[in-house]
Design a protein around this ligand. Structure first.
Ligand code: SAM
Length: 345
């Protein structure tokens, strides 16, 4: 019997608020080759011992069972997913799972020049690349360890490998890069990429720790302000017809532009949670129904305790049942940064 004919999709994963969950974000490592000021302190991070991180076989087992329950898309993230050895092998393994229709990856792009091609060959469809500035010196200041040119080469390599669309994630921070909103918006005239402006999520104490050794002070900028700034200078944004779906972004286009402009508004828009179709698997094997809550189900213990597919399925359903209606950031919920890097933003 062929693998395809064995695949019988079950009823979709529906959470208590009637959202259909079809998307799993998998953090493959908590390690990173950058130290972005809003994400990690430069020194003193205690990473998970390697034996606590899920093996590729364990990730595959979870994806396989998830796919039999209705998962259709997988995004690999981190930490930085490209620092994990053999990541293209994991892509190939997931690509062989019946039911999985789309594999994507969120990366800082630094290691893409050598890896875009093997990743594409393994079945990766597309990449989101985090890039908060178009200024090389500033890039180094925000990421502490990164070189802007490496990311540019990474983007070129992703294009050459046929990864499409290319989405550029820009976290907008007052007095750090908010003066580049127009530069990023204008870049879509020439570049057929999606620039996505992301609202900074408040992980307060942790972010203060992250930036204490820099002169940077992080400041939140709401989507509406970013949008107004663009429209005032460059004219009305038109809703984009090519990017309509269940993602967290709302997409627009500047008239005549090749690329799209997206807004991801975890803080100011209910849409972010109302249309959420995601669950998350942390690097150390916890299934989280939401990035921004501390609820989780320990799938690693199930796997390492000899649990079968049925036990994994029950664990996934348990996580699904506890998916909250919303993240409640504005009601004072403050998720822990330490958890964040295991989960992958
Ligand atoms: N290392 C990869 C990368 O740089 O894309 C994947 C992990 S990174 C945590 C995933 C995304 O989360 C990046 O686009 C990053 O900018 C975003 N991010 C991290 N901290 C954030 C915060 N406090 N608010 C909003 N976005 C954040």
């Amino acid at each position: 019997m062929s693998v395809e004919s064995e695949f019988i999709p079950l009823t979709p994963l529906v959470d208590p608020f009637q959202r259909v969950i079809s998307y799993l974000r998998v953090s493959v490592t908590d390690r990173c080759n950058l130290r972005c000021v809003y994400c990690m302190p430069e020194q003193g991070i205690k990473f998970e011992p390697r034996e606590e991180i899920l093996t590729y076989e364990e990730i595959l087992a979870i994806v396989r069972v998830g796919a039999s329950m209705g998962l259709r898309k997988v995004r690999l993230t981190g930490g930085e997913p490209l620092v994990r050895y053999g990541i293209a092998d994991l892509v190939a393994m997931i690509n062989g799972v019946p039911g999985i229709e789309d594999i994507s990856l969120t990366t800082n792009g630094i290691a893409l020049p050598g890896m875009a091609e093997p990743l594409a060959r393994a079945g990766l469809r597309r990449v989101n690349i985090s890039l908060d500035t178009l200024q090389p010196e500033r890039f180094h200041r925000i990421t502490r360890w990164g070189q802007y040119e490496d990311v540019m080469e990474g983007i070129a390599a992703a294009r050459a490998a046929g990864l499409s669309p290319i989405k550029i994630n820009v976290v907008v921070m007052r007095l750090i890069n908010d003066d580049e909103v127009l530069d990023f918006a204008r870049s879509t005239y020439e570049q057929d990429w999606d620039v996505r402006f992301i609202e900074l999520m408040p992980f307060l104490e942790e972010q203060e720790t992250c930036i204490k050794d820099t002169s940077l002070v992080l400041g939140f900028v709401p989507t509406e302000e970013i949008k107004q700034q663009i429209e005032k200078e460059l004219g009305a944004l038109e809703p984009s017809e090519t990017r309509v779906g269940h993602g967290p972004a709302r997409y627009f286009k500047l008239p005549g532009a090749k690329g799209n402009i997206g807004f991801i508004s975890p803080v100011t828009e209910k849409h972010f949670c109302e249309t959420c179709n995601r669950m998350r698997l942390t690097a150390d094997g916890k299934m989280r129904p939401c990035l921004l809550t501390d609820r989780e189900v320990d799938l690693k213990s199930i796997l390492r305790g000899g649990g079968d597919d049925g036990a994994l399925r029950e664990g996934i359903l348990e996580a699904l049942r506890t998916k909250p209606d919303a993240h409640h950031l504005t009601d004072g919920n403050r998720p822990r940064w330490r958890k964040m890097i295991q989960i992958g933003g």
